[in-house]
Design a protein around this ligand. Structure first.
Ligand code: DAH
Length: 366
């Protein structure tokens, strides 16, 4: 048999093609090997054709030997194809691996400023009570900032507000614009633009020439305004108590109204919330202390008139509150000036994750 095999060269052929099958690195290389051996002009196929030229005795041994080789090669090709396919799949699984449990933001690069966070929190709480958000310009006319709020030219409140006046060109003797000293002018603009009934808050930047641990020349206020036919101080008290409980994330907050004076409200009240200080930590809603948090009152009839609303038909409450101040209280931030220093270490420490949008359902600061 050995002599016969050598005569037809089958043993060498077998070894050579088995080696090539084993070496084929991928499915297309393997296909080339298959064509080279068993294709129409493949080496083994050509050998099969030579059978015709052989003597019957030669053919008797060479025929079955060649057929056996062909079968062997076919099964070897099949086995190799299967293992290459397995390897290709394993490689794809390895290369195309994706951990879908990984956070979309693996690194926290930026943070939401406490002022933005608290503004969102305030808006979410008031939205829940049916208040929309209104806006007005930061460069305001003296009329909207003062006169329409019942603060005439001689009124001491104008001087007290440390107003920034915008320069006029030489010879221009019109009333100068001011950087708004409070968000109250948005009351007038909203009354004019929308008419009654109204329920809005107006958060935004305000400006006064002042600078110390609790004052910066730019700071933030939020104005509240509700106008309807029968709005009273009782509604104001309920709304504020709802707000403070939600904002400080406690069950309830008692308020104390102290008689006060603002030109744009009558009567006027300054509002305190019940609190205590434990080891330098503020606790809102319990204790023997009181903390002043805002000014408020019933909108003055003259202010309604300036806003184009008939005070014999409509009435309402208004309030104004410092956003930075309630942010400092809620999040234990000691110095207002640091809010506006853009110090990255401060921002990382006091900032909020970008995707934690405050909502009443999802939680405010959780
Ligand atoms: N505008 C006042 C201020 O900046 C705050 C304020 C007090 C607003 C009473 C009001 C209000 O709407 O009714 O000091």
């Amino acid at each position: 048999m050995d002599g016969q095999d050598d005569a037809t060269g089958l043993e060498g052929l077998r070894a050579q093609w088995f080696a090539r099958i084993a070496e084929a690195a991928d499915e297309s290389a393997l296909e080339q090997v298959r064509v080279g051996a068993l294709g129409k002009k493949g080496e083994v196929s050509l050998k099969m054709r030579e059978l015709g030229k052989m003597t019957p005795e030669q053919r008797q041994t060479a025929g079955p030997a060649l057929n056996a080789l062909k079968d062997e090669l076919n099964s070897a090709l099949l086995a190799r194809r299967a293992s290459l396919a397995d390897a290709a799949l394993a490689e794809r699984l390895r290369a195309e691996w994706l951990d879908v449990t990984l956070s979309a933001r693996p690194q926290r690069r930026g943070t939401i400023h406490p002022v933005s966070q608290v503004t969102e929190e305030v808006a979410a709480i008031f939205a829940d009570m049916g208040f929309g958000v209104a806006e007005g310009p930061q460069v305001e006319t003296a009329w909207y900032n003062f006169d329409a709020l019942n603060i005439p030219g001689h009124h001491p409140a104008r001087a007290e507000m440390d107003t920034f006046y915008m320069a006029r060109a030489d010879g221009d003797d019109r009333d100068p614009h001011v950087l708004r000293t409070h968000t109250s002018p948005v009351q007038i603009r909203t009354m004019q633009a929308e008419g009654p009934p109204l329920r809005i808050i107006a958060p935004g930047r305000v400006y006064r020439s002042d600078y110390d641990q609790t004052h910066t020349p730019m700071f933030h206020q939020v104005e509240g305004l509700a106008i309807d036919r029968d709005i009273s101080m009782a509604n104001l008290k309920w709304v504020l108590e709802e707000f403070f409980a939600a904002f400080f994330e406690v069950d309830g907050v008692e308020t104390r109204f102290r008689a006060s004076h603002f030109p744009f409200t009558e009567p006027s009240a300054e509002v305190d919330i019940r609190c205590s200080w434990v080891d330098g930590q503020l606790k809102v809603g319990e204790g023997d202390g009181w903390l002043e948090v805002l000014g408020s009152g019933m909108v003055h009839p003259k202010v309604l008139e300036y806003g184009g609303i008939d005070p014999s038909q409509w009435q309402g409450f208004a309030f104004g509150m410092g956003i930075d101040r309630i942010a400092m209280l809620k999040y234990g931030i000691p110095d207002l000036r640091a809010f506006f220093d853009s110090d990255l270490r401060w921002l990382r420490h006091y900032g909020f994750a970008a995707l934690d949008v405050p909502t009443m359902r999802g939680g405010l600061s959780a």
